[in-house]
Design a protein around this ligand. Structure first.
Ligand code: HEM
Length: 329
């Protein structure tokens, strides 16, 4: 959350400078934010993850975390500001929608010593491997003169870009989440963790629910009210039912790719993992606490670094900043 309302204009300017210095191209972050607006309609909510709820809690690191990272965010218990969301740019999407990912964005804040932010989804792969492919995916869904997307265009894009279907297929094979804290989340990109001795390790991050996975059958999902997820979370917190996650590092190997977020590593779900700590969600927070800035996945305290060769990673910051400037201006 590196931005607040008072500097919204500055953000818009920074975004404009970022864009002009690269000369606007078909796959620049602004084109993607514009395209999200065309697919989902214009509104003052986030261009993606439009429906969501701000929450607060604590992160307590494990003793093993130090083996992997020297990051100040993983050395002692730190407050967490988070936001759960429904995937896509429809602020009225029903919570039981099976085809949408759930999102969890959060910031580990050790108080001025270097914060770490993640913007995760409830699938281990993304639906696009590059901004150009993400733009194409959205363009194929632009509404036509009748206000509806053309199914033939969607089919043709999917046939020409088969990897863009992997996330949807993965979600189709899973139950509808019965809780925002009843589903695993992944940061998807490959990161490098470096410890105090300078040892670097390729990892991916995943969150595993402390209360176990909780799913609905398709029939059960039909009976859930459109906005049941926040009420369910509030009830868990009130009843002291586990509402949080173990933060896990999936251990990578030298040959694992870091440049394509549409692929999982070979046998990724059977890899060795190291628990880095536990997030406990303790409070439903006012949405204003999350809406005054962005969760910036490129904001990482020293000791965790994002991928250098993943074309989807760095464009996230300017895209989120542009969306932010539009929702507050
Ligand atoms: C692994 C890849 C990605 C994942 C898992 C992901 C996930 C998410 C999630 C969970 C949110 C909601 C954020 C919140 O709660 O504040 C979000 C917002 C957003 N995403 Fe992504 N995203 C990815 C890549 C991208 C890329 C590459 C772009 C565009 C270049 C993009 C554009 C946006 C925009 C414009 C927003 C709204 C941000 C705001 O207004 O604060 N995303 N994304």
């Amino acid at each position: 959350m590196r931005i607040d309302k008072t500097c919204a204009t500055a953000v818009a300017l920074i975004a404009a400078v970022t864009l002009t210095s690269h000369s606007a191209s078909a796959n620049d972050p602004q084109s993607i934010v514009d395209a999200l607006g065309k697919v989902f309609g214009s509104h003052k909510a986030r261009a993606s993850g439009a429906k969501g709820q701000c929450v607060a809690g604590m992160f307590t690191p494990s003793a093993e975390a130090k083996q992997l990272t020297k990051s100040a965010s993983f050395q002692s218990a730190v407050p967490v500001l988070g936001r759960f969301s429904m995937g896509g740019g429809n602020p009225k999407i029903a919570d039981a929608t099976k085809a949408a990912v759930r999102g969890f964005s959060f910031k580990l804040d050790p108080g001025g010593k270097g914060t770490t932010e993640f913007v995760m989804a409830s699938a281990p792969m993304n639906f696009a491997k590059s901004p150009a492919q993400m733009l194409g995916f959205l363009e194929a869904r632009f509404p036509g003169p009748d206000g509806k997307p053309d199914p033939e265009k969607i089919k043709a894009f999917a046939a020409a870009n088969p990897e863009t279907g992997r996330q949807g297929q993965w979600l189709a094979g899973k139950p509808v989440p019965a809780s925002y804290v009843g589903v695993n989340y992944w940061a998807i990109h490959a990161y490098t963790a470096t410890n105090a001795a300078g040892r670097a390790q390729k990892i991916k991050f995943t969150l595993v629910p402390t209360g176990g996975e909780a799913g609905l059958t398709d029939d059960e999902a039909k009976t859930r009210p459109a906005d049941f997820l926040v009420a369910e979370l509030a009830e868990r917190i009130k009843n002291k039912t586990p509402a949080g996650f173990n933060v896990m590092a999936i251990i990578g190997e030298a040959s694992d790719p870091t440049n394509d977020p549409t692929v999982m590593w070979a046998e990724e779900d059977k890899r060795k993992t190291i628990m880095l700590g536990t997030i406990a969600i303790t409070r439903i927070e006012k949405n204003e606490a999350c809406d005054g800035g962005i969760f910036d996945p490129t904001n990482l305290a020293d000791g965790i670094a994002g991928p250098k060769d993943d074309p989807m990673f760095l464009p996230r910051q300017p895209a989120y900043a542009i969306s932010f400037s539009r929702r507050v201006n």
